[in-house]
Ligand binder design. Structure first.
Ligand SMILES: NC(=O)c1ccc[n+]([C@@H]2O[C@H](COP(=O)([O-])OP(=O)(O)OC[C@H]3O[C@@H](n4cnc5c(N)ncnc54)[C@H](OP(=O)(O)O)[C@@H]3O)[C@@H](O)[C@H]2O)c1
Length: 306
C-alpha cells in the first residue's frame, strides 16, 4: 500500500480508502472480516456517513470496534453529515452537532478524524458552520474538516469564516463519470463536454492541496450498476480486458489505477463489501498506467479529444 500525508494534518492515509455505504445489510462478522482484510492490505482509512443504511453502517462498524478495542487507533475514521434524506440539506449548527453526537454513539468511539459536509446546503450560513466546527474541535469530537460534492467557491466561502482548513473534497469520479476532467480537456470548445459544471474543482483542489476522494469508482449509475462487464460499455471493457491481462490484475483494479494515474492527490473510496474484491482492487496501487494507456481508457469511455 502507498500512503498520502494529508496536507495540513498529521494523518498518513492509505491511497485507497474503504467506503462503508453498502455494509448496512451485512452481519457484524462479515463487517469484521472486511475491516481486518482492509487493515491487512494496509488500508487504514474508512469512510462513513450518518445516513448510510439509516445509521446501520456506522452502528455495525461500531460493534466491530467494541469487540476489538485495539482497532480504533490503527484507523482514520471519516464520516459525513448534513443530508436529511428526501427532505433537505442542513448546515445548521444544531443539526451538525447533533449528527456528530449520534455518529460517535453509533461508532462507539470518542472522536472522528475527519467530518465532511456531505452536499452543499443552499441555505448555508458559513459563520454558523464555523461555530459548529469550533465547538466540535474544542470538545475533541472532530479533529479535521472537509466537504463532499462542493464547488471551489463553496469551499472558499466556508474557509473565509472557519479556523480550520477544508482538507478533503469527496467527488464522483470514474472513467465513465469524469466531468471534472472533461471540461479542462475541452476548454473553449462548443461541445457539451467543454461545459464547466463544477467551477474548475479539479485544479482548485490541486492548487489548494485538497485531497480528492473519488466515489463510485466502478459504479456507472444506480440503474446500470458497474461499468465492468456491462454491455453498455463494451468498448471500454475491451481496453480494460487488454490492460487487465497486461498487468495481471482485474479490470476493477485497472479502473482504479486510471484514477490513481492522475497527478492530483487522489484517494479513491472503494465501495466493495467483499474482502476478495477489496484485495483485487488494492492491486491498483501497484499498477502505473502509461500516459497512452490512460488516454486510451478515457477515449474508450466515449469521451472526445478536441
Ligand atoms: N460523497 C458522496 O456523495 C458519496 C456517494 C456515494 C458513495 N460515496 C462513498 O463512496 C463509496 C463507494 O461508492 P460506491 O459503492 O457507489 O462505488 P464503487 O466502489 O464503484 O462500488 C460499486 C459496486 O461495485 C462492486 N465492486 C467493487 N469492486 C468490485 C470488484 N473488485 N469486483 C466486483 N465487483 C466490485 C461492489 O459490489 P461488491 O460489494 O459485491 O464488491 C459495489 O456494489 C461508498 O461506500 C461511500 O463511502 C460517497
Amino acid at each position: 500500500m502507498e500512503y498520502i500525508n494529508i496536507p495540513k494534518t498529521d494523518l498518513k492515509a492509505s491511497k485507497l480508502a474503504l467506503g462503508c455505504m453498502r455494509i448496512a445489510d451485512k452481519s457484524v462478522e462479515d463487517v469484521e472480516k472486511l475491516i481486518y482484510k482492509a487493515l491487512e492490505l494496509g488500508i487504514n482509512f474508512f469512510d462513513h456517513a450518518d445516513i448510510y443504511g439509516g445509521g446501520k453502517s456506522e452502528q455495525l462498524f461500531g460493534e466491530v470496534l467494541k469487540r476489538n478495542p485495539g482497532l480504533r487507533e490503527k484507523m482514520i475514521i471519516q464520516t459525513k453529515c448534513a443530508i436529511v434524506p428526501g427532505k433537505m440539506y442542513d448546515f445548521s449548527k444544531e443539526h451538525i452537532l447533533k449528527s456528530v453526537d449520534e455518529s460517535l454513539e453509533r461508532l462507539q468511539c470518542g472522536y472522528i478524524d475527519i467530518l465532511l459536509l456531505h452536499r452543499p446546503d443552499a441555505l448555508c450560513d458559513p459563520m454558523e458552520v464555523a461555530e459548529a466546527f469550533d465547538e466540535l474541535h474544542r470538545t475533541g469530537k472532530v479533529r479535521n474538516f472537509g466537504v463532499s460534492n462542493h464547488t471551489p467557491l463553496q469551499i472558499q466561502l466556508l474557509e473565509k469564516y472557519s479556523k480550520y482548513p477544508i482538507i478533503i473534497n469527496q467527488l464522483q469520479l470514474s472513467i465513465v463519470h469524469s466531468v471534472m476532467i472533461d471540461s479542462g480537456l475541452n476548454m473553449n470548445m462548443v461541445e457539451p463536454f467543454a461545459q464547466d459544471k463544477d467551477g474548475g474543482v479539479l485544479d482548485f483542489c490541486r492548487l489548494n492541496d485538497i485531497v480528492i476522494q473519488p466515489w463510485s469508482i466502478v459504479q456507472a449509475s444506480w440503474a446500470d450498476g458497474t461499468f465492468i462487464d456491462n454491455p453498455k460499455y463494451q468498448k471500454l471493457n475491451d481496453v480494460l480486458d487488454e490492460l487487465s491481462e497486461k498487468y495481471g490484475v482485474t479490470k476493477n483494479a485497472i479502473a482504479v489505477a486510471w484514477i490513481l494515474r492522475h497527478p492530483a492527490m487522489m484517494q479513491p473510496i472503494a465501495g466493495t463489501t467483499s474482502p476478495l474484491h477489496l484485495e483485487e482492487t488494492a492491486k491498483a496501487v501497484d499498477v502505473k498506467l502509461t500516459r497512452e494507456e490512460w488516454y486510451r481508457l478515457y477515449l474508450a469511455g466515449d469521451k472526445p479529444l478536441p
